[in-house]
Design a protein around this ligand. Structure first.
Ligand code: HEC
Ligand code: HEC
Ligand code: HEC
Ligand code: HEC
Ligand code: HEC
Ligand code: HEC
Ligand code: HEC
Ligand code: HEC
Ligand code: HEC
Ligand code: HEC
Ligand code: HEC
Length: 417
C-alpha cells in the first residue's frame, strides 16, 4: 500500500498560511509544521488582527450571511473549510456584490502546501503526478469519504475511465469500489494495484483454496496464481469473468502437446478436436469445466471425479464416477437391457466389457473429447508402455455395429429390435 500522505510536513503551519493569505511571502514560522484543526479553528474565530482592511471578513460574509453556507451542508467536509478558514486557500476582495474570491496559491502548491506528497513510488497515476488533485477531490466537502467528487470512488474514476459494463461484472467493480484493488495516487505494483496480483485475488477468494491440500492434481497455471490469464478483473461477456469463451481459453494453451515431465506428454486437445467429426456433449457447448476443474482437483488430470488410469480395472460405480455423473450407471450394471445401443438383442455389451474383474475401461473404446466415429468410438487405442496403436476398425451398421479389433475376432451386434 502506498504511504499515506502526511498532512503538512511541507511547513503548512497556521501563521504561514494566514500570512500567505494576506499576500505576504515571509518565511514560514519554524517548529509548527502540522495543520492542527484546533489552530485552524482559533484562526477562523479571530481573523481581525491580521486582516487587511480591503479584505472581506470570511466568517461573517461567506457563512453567516448564508451565501456559501450550502457548501458545507454535505456530510463530509474538508477540515479547513469546515472550520471557516477559507482564507487558507482564498482571498476575497472587492465589494460584496462584486467580490473576487481568488485562490492564493497556484495548482502546484494548492494542496501540497498542507499535504506534503508521499515519497514517489514506481508506478504513478498520471493525474496525481500532474497535480490534478481537483479532478478527483472537492476542496470543500463531499458526500463520500476522502472528499471525492461524485458519490463513490467509482464515480470519480468514471470521468476518465468510462467503461461500459459487459454481461458479467465483478461485484467490487459493479459497486464502484475501485479502491478495493487499486491505489489511486501511486503504487509499487503495476496497474496501480494495492498488492501483487497473486495476493490481491486470494485476499477475497481464499475460499477457492479450501480443498487445495487434498488436491491430487493442480493446474500449473493456477498454482502460479496467474488469475488474470484466465479471468478479467473487471467485466466480461463470458461466464465466470473468463477472458474468452471457455473452450477458446483452454485451447490457447492446449493447442499443442505439452511435455509435463521428461517422457510424459499431454496430447494436443486442439488436434483431437479438429480431426473429430463428433464432439463430446459438453464440448459441443464450448465447455471443458464440466469434466475438468480449471484450478485443481482431488482426482487425477484435474477431473471432477474418479476415472481409472489403466486400461483394465475391476468394475465399481465409484471407479467411473466422472462418467456416471452424466451417464446412467444402471446401463453398466444390468446384464440384460435395451437401454443402451451397445447390445446384441437384450444382451448388454457394455456390461459384458466393463462390468467384470478385468473390466475394460471406457477409453478402450471411446475417445474423451471427440471422434471421427459416431458415439465417440475410437479408431484405435493405445496399448502398453510403448503406446502401440491397436486398431478397432469399428463400423456402425444399419442394425447395430461391428468391430474387427485386435482384441478379438470380428464381432457384430444387432440393436435394431
Ligand atoms: C483547501 C483550500 C480551500 C479552502 C479551505 C476553501 N476553498 Fe473554496 N475553493 C478552493 C478551490 C481549489 C476552488 C476552485 C475549485 C475548482 O476550480 O474546481 C474553490 C472554489 C470556491 C468557490 C467557487 C466555486 C464553487 O465551488 O462554488 C467558492 C464560492 C468557494 N470556493 C468558497 C469557499 C468558502 C466560503 C470557503 C470557506 C468556507 C472555502 N471556499 C474554503 C479551495 C478552497
Ligand atoms: C490549509 C491546509 C490544507 C490545505 C491547503 C489542504 N488541506 Fe486537505 N486537509 C487539511 C486538514 C487539516 C485535513 C484533516 C486531516 C485529518 O483529519 O487528519 C485535511 C484532509 C484532507 C483529506 C482527507 C479527507 C478524508 O476524509 O480522508 C483530503 C482528501 C484532502 N485533505 C485533500 C486536499 C486537497 C485535494 C487539497 C487541495 C485542493 C487540500 N486537501 C488542501 C488541510 C489542508
Ligand atoms: C485519480 C483520482 C485522484 C487524484 C488525481 C488525487 N487523489 Fe487523493 N485520493 C483519491 C482517492 C480515491 C483517495 C482515497 C482512497 C485511497 O486512499 O487511495 C484519495 C485520498 C487522498 C487523501 C487522504 C488519504 C491519504 O492518502 O492521506 C489525501 C490527503 C489526498 N488524497 C490528497 C490528494 C492530493 C493532494 C492530490 C493531488 C496531488 C490528490 N489527492 C490526487 C483519489 C485521487
Ligand atoms: C483526470 C482523469 C483521470 C481520473 C479521474 C482517473 N484516472 Fe486513472 N488514469 C488516467 C490517465 C491519463 C492514465 C494513464 C493513461 C492510461 O493508462 O490510460 C490512467 C491510468 C490508470 C490506471 C492504469 C495504470 C497502469 O499502469 O496500467 C489505473 C489502474 C487507473 N488509472 C485507475 C484509476 C482509478 C481507480 C481512478 C479513480 C479513483 C482513476 N484512475 C481516475 C486518468 C484518470
Ligand atoms: C477486483 C480487483 C479490481 C477492481 C475492483 C478494479 N480493478 Fe482495475 N484492474 C485490476 C487488475 C488486476 C488490473 C490489471 C490488468 C488486468 O490484468 O486486468 C486492473 C487494471 C486496470 C486498468 C489498466 C488496464 C486497463 O484495463 O485499462 C485501469 C484503467 C483500471 N484497472 C481501472 C479500474 C477502475 C476505474 C475501477 C473501478 C470502476 C477498477 N479498475 C476496479 C483489478 C481491479
Ligand atoms: C474486494 C474483494 C474482491 C477481490 C479483491 C477480488 N474479488 Fe472476485 N469476487 C468478489 C465477490 C464479492 C464476488 C462474488 C461472490 C463470489 O463469487 O465469491 C467475486 C466473484 C468472482 C468470480 C466469479 C464470477 C461469477 O460470475 O461467478 C471470479 C471468477 C472472480 N471473482 C475472480 C477474481 C479475480 C481473478 C480477482 C483478482 C484480480 C478477484 N476476483 C479479486 C470479490 C473480490
Ligand atoms: C496458459 C496456458 C494454459 C491454459 C490457458 C490452460 N492450460 Fe491446462 N495446462 C497447461 C499446462 C502447461 C499444463 C501442464 C501441466 C500443468 O502445468 O498443470 C496443463 C495441464 C492440463 C491438464 C492435465 C493436468 C494433469 O494433471 O494431467 C488438464 C486436464 C488441463 N490442463 C485442462 C485445462 C482446461 C480445462 C483449461 C481451460 C479452463 C486449461 N487447461 C487452460 C496450460 C494451460
Ligand atoms: C486456467 C484458467 C484459470 C486460472 C489460471 C484461474 N481460473 Fe478461476 N476459473 C476458471 C474457470 C474456467 C472457471 C469456471 C469453472 C466452472 O465453470 O465451473 C473458474 C472459476 C472461478 C471462480 C468462481 C468460483 C467457482 O469455483 O466457480 C473464482 C472465484 C475464480 N475462478 C477465481 C480464480 C482465482 C482467484 C485465480 C488465481 C488464483 C483463478 N481463478 C485462476 C479458470 C481459471
Ligand atoms: C466429457 C468430459 C470431458 C470434457 C468435456 C473434456 N475433457 Fe479433457 N479429459 C477427459 C478425460 C476423462 C480425460 C482423461 C483421459 C485419461 O487419462 O484416461 C481427459 C484428459 C485431458 C487431458 C490430458 C490429456 C493427456 O494426454 O493425458 C487434457 C490436457 C484435457 N483433457 C484437456 C481438456 C480440454 C482443454 C477440454 C476442453 C477443450 C477438455 N479436456 C474437455 C474428459 C473430458
Ligand atoms: C458433464 C457431463 C458428462 C460427463 C462427465 C461425461 N459425459 Fe459423455 N456425454 C455427455 C453428453 C451431454 C453427451 C451427448 C449426448 C447426446 O448427444 O445425446 C455425451 C455423449 C457421450 C457419448 C456418445 C453418445 C452419443 O450419443 O453420441 C459417449 C460414448 C460418452 N458420452 C462417454 C462418456 C464417458 C466414457 C465419460 C467418462 C469418461 C463421459 N461420457 C462423461 C455428457 C457427459
Ligand atoms: C468394448 C467397447 C466399449 C466400452 C469398453 C465402452 N463402450 Fe460405450 N459404447 C460402445 C459402442 C460400440 C457404442 C455404440 C453403440 C451403438 O451402436 O449405438 C457405445 C455407446 C455408448 C454411449 C451412448 C449411449 C448408449 O448406451 O448407447 C455411451 C454414453 C457410452 N457408450 C458410455 C460408455 C461408458 C461411460 C463406458 C465406460 C464405463 C463405456 N461406454 C465403455 C463401446 C464401448
Amino acid at each position: 500500500m502506498a504511504a499515506q500522505m502526511g498532512v503538512a510536513a511541507s511547513g503548512c503551519d497556521l501563521a504561514a498560511g494566514v500570512e500567505s493569505a494576506a499576500g505576504d511571502s515571509k518565511p514560514k514560522e519554524q517548529g509548527k509544521d502540522k495543520v492542527a484543526a484546533g489552530d485552524i479553528a482559533q484562526e477562523s474565530q479571530d481573523p481581525a488582527g491580521i486582516q487587511d482592511k480591503t479584505e472581506r471578513d470570511f466568517s461573517m460574509d461567506c457563512q453567516a450571511t448564508g451565501c456559501h453556507a450550502q457548501m458545507l451542508l454535505r456530510p463530509k467536509n474538508h477540515k479547513p473549510a469546515a472550520l471557516g478558514a477559507c482564507r487558507l486557500c482564498h482571498r476575497a476582495t472587492g465589494a460584496q456584490e462584486d467580490h473576487r474570491f481568488n485562490l492564493i496559491r497556484d495548482k502546484k502548491e494548492l494542496c501540497s502546501f498542507c499535504h506534503s506528497p508521499a515519497p514517489p513510488e514506481k508506478f504513478q497515476h498520471e493525474p496525481y503526478v500532474k497535480g490534478d488533485c481537483l479532478k478527483c477531490h472537492d476542496p470543500h466537502g463531499s458526500t463520500s469519504s476522502h472528499l471525492l467528487l461524485g458519490k463513490s470512488a467509482g464515480d470519480a474514476c468514471q470521468t476518465c475511465h468510462n467503461r461500459q459494463p459487459l454481461k458479467h461484472n465483478h461485484p467490487p467493480v459493479a459497486g464502484g469500489d475501485c479502491n478495493a484493488c487499486h491505489e489511486t495516487h501511486q503504487s509499487r505494483e503495476p496497474h496501480l494495484l494495492r498488492s501483487s496480483e497473486k495476493e490481491l485475488c486470494i485476499a477475497c477468494h481464499e475460499d477457492i483454496l479450501a480443498d487445495a491440500a487434498k488436491a491430487q492434481s493442480i493446474h500449473g497455471v493456477f498454482q502460479e496464481q496467474w488469475c488474470t490469464g484466465c479471468h478479467t478483473a473487471h467485466t466480461s461477456d463470458f461466464e465466470k469473468l473468463l477472458v474468452d469463451r471457455q473452450v477458446n481459453l483452454c485451447l490457447c494453451c492446449h493447442d499443442r502437446e505439452i511435455e509435463v515431465q521428461p517422457g510424459k506428454v499431454l496430447a494436443s486437445i486442439q488436434d483431437q478436436l479438429s480431426s473429430a467429426l463428433y464432439l463430446h456433449g459438453p464440448l459441443k457447448e464450448g465447455k471443458c469445466s464440466p469434466c475438468h476443474h480449471p484450478h485443481f482437483s482431488e482426482h487425477r488430470t484435474l477431473l471432477r471425479g474418479n476415472y481409472p488410469d489403466s486400461p483394465y480395472v475391476e468394475f465399481s460405480s465409484a471407479a467411473y464416477e466422472i462418467c456416471f455423473t452424466c451417464h446412467e450407471e444402471r446401463n453398466f450394471i444390468e446384464e440384460r437391457t435395451r437401454r443402451t445401443g451397445f447390445r446384441d438383442g437384450d444382451r448388454n455389451l457394455h456390461y459384458l466389457h466393463v462390468n467384470r474383474t478385468k473390466g475394460r475401461r471406457c477409453a478402450i473404446c471411446h475417445e474423451n473429447h471427440g471422434s471421427k466415429n459416431l458415439k465417440l468410438v475410437r479408431q484405435d487405442f493405445p496399448f502398453g508402455d510403448e503406446e502401440w496403436k491397436l486398431p478397432i476398425n469399428y463400423v456402425a451398421t444399419k442394425t447395430g455395429g461391428m468391430c474387427d479389433s485386435a482384441c478379438h475376432k470380428t464381432a457384430s451386434y444387432k440393436n435394431s429390435d
